[in-house]
Design a protein around this ligand. Structure first.
Ligand code: GLP
Length: 258
């Protein structure tokens, strides 16, 4: 696991560089897209490059991580609407190139199975972008999630509903109780994973993710078993890392090894 401690406004540029390099190598790459505030700078930077003609996503495809249950198409808080507003509508992805689990399906279990099939048929995710919840969730895999889980229905914790109420006008009662989420096993199938966390509120979850014991109590810790993960954190999110100095030292001397 690589840990990169950098200012929040630089992280978006660094990850956008990675995405651009991937697309250059593989124009039809499959991106794993996260919602939430953490990836926004990445999306800004990618959108800027597309607007300037330096990057095209015309052949790329994307899969979202998760979706609330019960929000109809077009609902402003539905993750498919959010990802359209924040990313898809600002780049040159072709219509339909980004898919998400259908949290409005009559048969949610079937919708989850279809989503797993769609990811597999696309050849799997090349680069997965992740944020992390304050309770250590990735996507919506709350504490207690099976470390081998696949896309399924989950019940959100009270903490996550409170954290996400800011997107629902501050009204926690408006936040759905359930979601569909890629499982931890699904996420682990991605060929490369980039996780972004900024701010003091994420410091404990980041310390567990990087240095804690692998456990369903902190679901993000499963990423310790993935061979190609980079964790990008700002100083505040890195503030509980016992080995922060070592990660900084490693970064500073990175150019000395190939
Ligand atoms: C939600 C999403 C996660 C995201 C998390 C953190 O719960 N389902 O994918 O990582 O929020 O969000 P933020 O980046 O806004 O802190």
């Amino acid at each position: 696991m690589d840990v990169v401690i950098a200012p929040a406004d630089e992280i978006g540029e660094i990850v956008a560089d990675d995405i651009a390099a991937l697309i250059e190598q593989r124009p039809d790459a499959v991106l794993g897209l996260a919602t939430g505030s953490s990836p926004l700078r990445i999306y800004d930077s990618v959108a800027e490059r597309v607007a300037q003609g330096r990057l095209t996503l015309a052949r790329a495809r994307g899969f979202m991580l998760d979706e609330y249950v019960g929000l109809p198409p077009g609902h402003p808080c539905r993750y498919s609407t959010v990802i359209d507003d924040e990313f898809v509508s600002r780049v040159d992805l072709v219509p339909g190139a980004v898919r998400g689990p259908n949290g409005d399906a009559a048969d949610l279990t079937a919708a989850c199975a279809e989503y797993e099939d769609a990811i597999r048929e696309a050849g799997g995710v090349d680069l997965q972008i992740l944020g992390i919840g304050t309770d250590g969730h990735i996507a919506f895999n709350e504490p207690g999630s099976s470390l081998a889980s696949r896309t399924r229905v989950k019940t959100l914790t009270a903490q996550t509903r409170e954290d996400n109420a800011r997107f629902f006008g501050g009204d926690v009662e408006a936040v759905p109780y359930h979601c569909l989420t890629q499982g931890l096993g699904t996420i682990m199938d991605a060929r490369r994973i980039v996780l972004v966390a900024t701010g003091e509120a994420k410091a404990e979850a980041v310390a567990q993710l990087v240095e804690g014991a692998v456990s369903a109590r902190w679901p993000a810790t499963i990423l310790q078993h993935h061979p190609r993960v980079t964790v990008f954190v700002d100083d505040a999110a890195a503030s509980q890392l016992a080995l922060a100095d070592y990660y900084r030292h490693t970064q500073a001397h990175r150019h000395l090894v190939s």
